[in-house]
Design a protein around this ligand. Structure first.
Ligand code: OAD
Length: 249
């Protein structure tokens, strides 16, 4: 069965659940793509855990600053822009992202629920106070360049990226709002995510369980386990604008 695009135009509450694939066409590498994925080249346990930061803060800080640099140099793509446009056309849209970049905001989306934190909100590793000092655009030639983290102006602790690392809890208030939106929506667009990282990956399942329709937008077809689940196979930067055109034609 094919997804009828008119269902999007008729929906009362749409949830967009986005992952790294939505930023791929802006030149930001994903995590699990066979050739370009970050975790194909780097061990997440060495870079994205509290223990990794304790053992080698300059390695971890340098890696995240390299990623922040990539994001600052990038521009939102047609997928980000279409999601912002959808929010203007639909009665209600909740945007939940696993991404730590700010490309949704720069495309015009408001009130984005960042389940995995942000590259742009560093905080103190020791006292958790947000870091408000200057963070000049680093000029790191390559992934893997080391950089000493700045120090907290309050307690002199090391500054860490404001992202959620493996083993850490998701921001409680965001998760609560995301779960509620997934339970209440009638249509969920799952865009550019492998759906492998818990608990975020529960979000589309919650929507399905409550009777919403779930549409996966991904070049890799996703397993459809329920009658209300569909695939739109292709890159988000092409599929989403086409879907918007068809829905409101
Ligand atoms: P992944 O790298 O696991 O998955 C990216 C998905 O995007 C894959 O399913 C690709 O097929 C798809 N994709 C690639 N290019 C695309 C395009 N142009 N349009 C649409 N889809 C495309 O990324 P996430 O699912 O976001 O967590 O990963 C989830 C979490 O795993 C991340 O938030 C991060 C990572 O470890 C933490 O750092 C805690």
């Amino acid at each position: 069965m094919e997804f009828d695009p008119k269902r999007l135009a008729r929906a009362r509450h749409v949830v967009v659940f986005s992952g790294a694939g939505v930023s791929a066409q802006s030149g930001i590498p994903t995590f699990r793509d066979a050739l370009t994925g970050l975790w194909e080249h780097f061990d997440p346990a060495r870079l994205a855990t509290v223990q990794a930061f304790r053992e080698d803060p300059a390695l971890v800080w340098g890696w995240y600053e390299w990623r922040r640099q990539k994001v600052l140099e990038a521009q939102p793509n047609a997928a980000h822009l279409t999601i912002a446009e959808l929010a203007r056309r639909l009665p209600r849209l909740t945007l939940i992202t696993q991404n730590v970049d700010d490309l949704h905001e720069r495309a015009g989306s408001l009130d984005v629920l960042h389940l995995h934190g942000s590259l742009h909100a560093p905080k103190c590793f020791a006292c958790h106070r947000p870091f408000t000092g200057p963070l000049p655009l680093p000029s790191l030639p390559e992934q893997g360049a080391r950089l000493e983290p700045p120090r907290c102006t309050g307690c002199n602790g090391k500054i860490r990226p404001g992202v959620v690392w493996f083993g850490e809890a998701l921001p409680e208030r965001m998760l609560k709002r995301a779960v509620q939106a997934a339970r209440e929506c009638d249509l969920l667009l799952s865009v550019g995510t492998s759906g492998l990282v818990q608990p975020a990956a529960r979000i589309p399942h919650l929507a399905l369980q409550q009777g919403a329709c779930v549409v996966h937008i991904n070049p890799q077809p996703q397993p459809c386990t329920a009658p209300g689940e569909y695939n739109l196979v292709g890159r988000a930067g092409e599929v989403l604008p086409h879907l918007l055109d068809q829905a409101f034609a």
